[in-house]
Design a protein around this ligand. Structure first.
Ligand code: NAG
Ligand code: NAG
Length: 621
């Protein structure tokens, strides 16, 4: 076995170390292990771990030496360097195998270089050692400061959050080697923001103190510092600002701006008039400041309150007209509550406030007021002219109590039936009234203040004319009554009834009878049916036209008025020959003409004409 065979074998054993173990091994500044590995190798390349510290400015810095066991110090070996940065970055002394770095290196740009070494014999120009790959590692220095890549930060957190609520986590990065030393080990601290905020040194989580109140300050600028080298003296650092806004929660109740409000309203103001506004303030914003108003007190009948959603004011409205003369000052309690409440703060203070609102009623000149809106009076009909019907009264409600004057408003076609005493409101008749013409007289009276004639008011007076029994009952119509010559006694020849113009609240009751003078030897009787009718009956059998052509029955009708009135009504009974129908017709016309006062001859002629016109022979026999 010759030398070169040995060398190859050794190199096979050695070679894996610089290439494969060095990246794995990087970070641990342990230089012992590779050396140990090498000691077992007796011959071939002798490898020291090769490091270059980054950022060195000197032009030629020794890195390490290539060495072969075969080196005999005779200058026959020539070392050659190839690979990444050979010649440009790294140089080699071809006699000694010493490697130098020629420029400043930056680990953050390139953490290691892969190179190859060769040793050749100057005499033979043949490799003494086979080519071998090795690595030069760049050793980290703390040349990179931490950086807040995401800063500046802006974050919003609800006010009144519990202590240590996490606000945000800030993170800085460091370009240095996190696996070597403390160059990239960061420590967070707070430069500005105490005592409201704190930061966890290792994690960068910012936490807040308890009870932070938006209404005191709603914006905080926190400055966070990140230091590498775990904050040691030579550490590099960076800062970031964190703008923290506090968002609102409903932690403030509404408060009235005044403890007492004074308002006034005219007694003339119509319902719905705005009396005034009350307003409460709420330190919160938006929904948390939304409020509702209500009122309490004795005068709730008169006032109402609504919430103006735009201005958040309470508007007091007139619900019912006020009256200076009956109450000059109203006092109500206005209440305001938050529309939405946060239970967390309810116990601390009630979310409502109250205030007193005094409302003065202003006097206004008002028209007179009648004691009644309308009056109902009665007057008996036929009462003599000048009779008192009744009296109306009106008063000026105002303080000065002006006297009033009364008058009657005259209708267009009003025939003056009434007069009024202008001073005392007494209504009198000017003429007797007839209920049967008009049972009601509805008139309008006015009252006018003498001190201010513009102040006028009206009232209606309904005057009912009360009935007196001034009308006797009478037949409702003309009765055309016949009796046949062959009539028998007790036969009904006519039913009669009666009417009365007077009013009878309990209903009319009429009584029928035959007048006294006729009753003794009459051919007829009157039978009262007790129902405001009566029947006329024959009192004998057989009548003769020759003997008596017509009977005149005086019938007395009695009413039930007070005083009762009677009248005598004459019923004419005509005697007829009832053998044929024609004769009844003839009889009827004769009776009619007779009643009209015509002579018998004329009647016959007229009737004959009528019958001829009707096509009937009036003289059949
Ligand atoms: C009203 O005044 C008239 C005189 O104008 C007088 O006759 C009458 O008695 C008075 N009536 C009352 C009720 O005072
Ligand atoms: C007057 O008033 C009475 C009662 O309200 C009513 O019955 C009557 O019809 C009225 N008469 C006139 C003419 O308006």
């Amino acid at each position: 076995m010759n030398c070169s065979t040995w060398l190859s074998l050794i190199l096979v054993l050695v070679q894996p170390w610089p290439c494969s173990t060095s990246p794995r091994n990087s970070g641990t500044p342990n230089t012992e292990q590779p050396v140990t590995a090498l000691r077992r190798v007796k011959r071939g390349w002798v490898w020291e771990p090769l490091y270059v510290t980054e950022e060195q400015t000197a032009t030629e810095v020794y890195v390490g030496q290539l060495k072969s066991d075969l080196e005999k110090q005779d200058g026959n070996l020539k070392y050659i360097l190839t690979g990444e940065g050979a010649e440009t970055i790294f140089s080699i002394n071809e006699y000694s195998g010493k490697i130098y770095v020629k420029q400043k290196l930056d680990r953050e740009k390139k953490p290691f270089y892969v190179l190859r070494a060769q040793a050749i014999s100057r005499k033979t120009q043949l490799p003494v050692e086979p080519e071998s790959e090795f690595i030069i590692k760049v050793r980290d220095i703390n040349d990179n400061a931490p950086q807040f890549l995401d800063g500046p930060y802006v974050v919003t957190v609800p006010e009144m959050s519990p202590a240590d609520t996490s606000v945000i986590q800030v993170t800085a990065t460091d370009g240095d080697d996190p696996s070597y030393g403390n160059n990239a080990r960061l420590l967070y601290s707070l430069l500005q923001g105490q005592p409201y905020f704190s930061v966890e040194p290792k994690t960068g989580v910012i936490r807040m103190a308890s009870g932070m109140d938006r209404e005191t300050a709603d914006q905080y600028f926190v400055i966070i510092q990140a230091q590498d080298m775990v904050g040691q003296a030579e550490a590099l650092s960076a800062t970031a600002t964190v703008t923290i806004y506090l968002s609102d929660v409903n932690d403030n109740p509404p408060k009235f701006q005044q403890e007492l409000y004074s308002m006034s309203i005219s007694e003339e103001a119509p319902v719905g008039t705005t009396v005034g506004r009350v307003s409460a303030e709420d330190a919160d914003v938006g929904e948390n400041a939304a409020m509702n108003y209500s009122i309490e007190g004795d005068s709730l009948d008169f006032f109402d309150i609504i919430t103006d959603n735009e201005t958040q004011e309470g508007i007091i409205l007139l619900k019912k007209r006020v009256d200076y003369e009956s109450k000059r000052r109203h006092s109500i309690q206005a209440k305001v509550v938050n529309r939405h409440t946060d239970e967390r703060f309810l116990e601390a203070e009630p979310f409502e406030d109250k205030t007193i609102v005094k409302i003065d009623v202003e006097d206004a000149d008002e028209p007179p007021v009648f004691t009644l809106e309308n009056y109902v009076m009665e007057i008996a009909e036929e009462a003599v002219s000048g009779s008192v019907v009744g009296m109306v009264t009106a008063r000026d409600p105002d303080n000065d109590d002006s006297p009033v004057r009364y008058s009657i408003v005259q209708g267009m076609h009003f025939n003056r039936l009434f007069s009024i005493d202008e001073h005392n409101g007494t209504i009198l008749t000017t003429q007797p009234l007839d209920r049967e013409i008009a049972s009601w007289h509805n008139i309008t009276v006015t009252a006018t203040e003498t001190r201010n004639p513009e102040m006028i008011s009206e009232a209606t007076v309904y005057i009912q004319v009360l009935d007196v029994n001034d009308h006797a009952p009478e037949f409702p119509k003309y009765y055309e009554t016949f009796v046949c010559e062959n009539a028998v006694s007790g036969q009904l020849i006519q039913s009669i009834s009666a009417v009365d113009k007077d009013d009878s609240p309990q209903g009319h009751h009429f009584h029928f009878s035959l007048a006294q003078e006729a009753a003794s030897n009459s051919s007829f009787t009157v039978k009262d049916n007790q129902d405001n009718t009566a029947g006329i009956f024959t009192a004998k059998s057989g009548f003769s036209r020759q003997e008596e052509f017509a009977f005149f029955l005086p019938i007395i009708i009695l009413d039930n008025g007070t005083p009762p009135l009677t009248s005598t009504n004459t019923l004419t009974v005509t005697v007829c020959d009832c053998d044929t129908e024609v004769k009844i017709v003839y009889c009827r016309y004769r009776a009619f003409m007779y009643a009209m006062g015509l002579s018998t001859e004329a009647l016959v002629a007229v009737l004959a004409c009528i019958l001829i016109l009707l096509g009937t022979n009036p003289f059949p026999r």
